[in-house]
Every structure is written in C-alpha cells, then in structure tokens.
Design a protein around this ligand. Sequence first.
Ligand code: SF4
Length: 324
Amino acid sequence: MDFQQKDLERRPKIYPVFLPNLGCRTRCIYCNQSIMTGETLPDLKEIAQSLQNLTDVDEIGYYGGTFTGLKPELMEKLLSVRPDIPKRISTRPDVIDEHVVEILKRWNVKTVELGVESIDDEVLKNSKRNYTGADVLRAISLLKDRFEVVAHLMTGLPSDTRAKDLESVRILINTGVSLFRIHPTIVFKDTELEVLFKQGLYKPQTLDEAVNILAEMVILIEGHNGKVIRLGYHIPQSQLKYVAAGPYHPSFGDMVRSRVVRMIVERFGVKEIAYSRRFTSWVKGYGNDKMSVSFLEISDEDGIFLDGTPFSDMLRRYSESIKY
Ligand code: SF4
C-alpha cells in the first residue's frame, strides 16, 4: 500500500472518554491533563450511561490517563460497558504485563496507544517518566502481535536531541511498530517543566526546530511504510491561555507536511511538483509556493509526484539518506 492509498483510508469514528491522569502513579514533568485537555474526571456512572446510548461509532477510546495503571476491577468495569463496541486505550509501557494483556484481550480492546515518548534513558529519567528504553521494548513485545499498537513520541523533552529522536524512531520501526503520533513538548502552566523554564533550566524548541525534526521523523517512518496519524497537540481554544511556552501552532501538522515536501525538493533538486488539489496545503503552504519549482495541479486523488516520481518513493529514498 502506498502513501496515497493510505491517506484515503476511512478513519474510524472514535467516541473519546477522557480520564485525566486516572491510573497515573507519578506525574510526568510536562503533564497536567486537566489544563491540557480542558477535561475533568467524569462520574463513572455517567460514562456508563452515555456509552449505553451510543450508535454509529466504531470504537470507544479511553484517553488522558494510564488505563492499565487502574485497578483490574475498574479496568474491567470500564471495558465491560458496551462489549459490542471495540475499545482503544492509552497507557504507559511500565504497566503492561501478561495479566493486563489478558484483560484487554478478554474485553475487546483492539488498539493500545502507548505513551513511549522516547527510547533514551536520560530523556525518560529527566522527564520523570520512570521507566527505561528496555521497558518500552518489553511492553511492545507483549502487545504487538495481539493489538494494533500506536506509539506516541515527543520531541524537545529535557536532554533530548535530534539524534535521540531519530534513534527512537529507528528502534521502534525495527520492533515492528508502524503507527505513530508525535508532538513537540509544550510548556503548560502548573507543571514542573514550567518551573524549570522560569528558572532558565529548560529551553523549549523553537517552532522552526520542532517542525524540522518532526519532518525528518515523518520521512523516516513513512519511508519505511509506517504512518504518522497525528502531528502536534490539539489544544482546545479555552486552554490556550495555559500555554506558557513552546512550539505550539494550530496548524502544526500541515506545517510539518509542507516541510517534508520542501526537504525532498531541496535534497533532490526537484524541478516540478504535480499534485492533486487536496494536497495543496502540503505542497504550496508555509512558504513552499516561493520555491523555484513548477507547480502542476492534476486530477483529484492522484497524489503528489516530484519530477514524475511518486511521493512514497521519494520518502523512501530520503529516509535511506538520513544521517544522525
Ligand atoms: S503518564 Fe501520561 S497522563 Fe500520566 S502523568 Fe504522564 S503524561 Fe500525564
């Protein structure tokens, strides 16, 4: 399956249930789920009632905390509501074991969104994630043949570097992970990271730095037949006042996609880009229209071609040339 086909796949309709910080045994340095999402912990009876009446959804997603850090009885209580609808849960690598896997399997969990964030031990320690890269690999080996695994990665964490971000991607691809969400670290108010930032002990990435590194990560992943399904945070309008610093932009994902196109053009000296209209923002957005290439709009759904070569082939060529 190539890039264009993958982009045309229908996305599942997910009914999200936010459980802010529920099941988290420690607090990561950058995290305050309530201010990041604007959600408060719902009453469990209310959750059950709202789920009972659901129609026309493909999955129920439990987000915003550490689902498998909950007591097994509570996990099963939440999963047993509407057993006919597949579930997706978000969790951390250090609370995955055989017993947990057995519960998730029993209750129709299809997808595990795994907050990896980095494979580098120093980054994980300084971000107070409280697990190691080895724990990540152990968790993935337990999950990967039984569930769809979506790995979450972050850039710009304390002690992080471009080389560490790319190495995290490389290791995860080698373990067989193919779906990713990636976002740069944003400094939210009322977090430990905000204190470090105010003391001058943490320097956030600039927007340009974040866009560049995420573009390289996208190329590495999608050049190896993986897919990045989300780039950057969605922060509700009401919560923007809690962003203290960091590379936030409401169209961050499109900025990264545009940068990917520009990097390929510059690396290979591309002279002509043929593209279908739905890719206009990727091809011509964020300054790309100033590139000295010819732009040619083609019939819908055809995708992107650079000097006649399909975009997916260019991603593959570029990914093979990334050095770090
Ligand atoms: S595990 Fe996730 S939800 Fe829990 S404190 Fe860390 S970042 Fe926040």
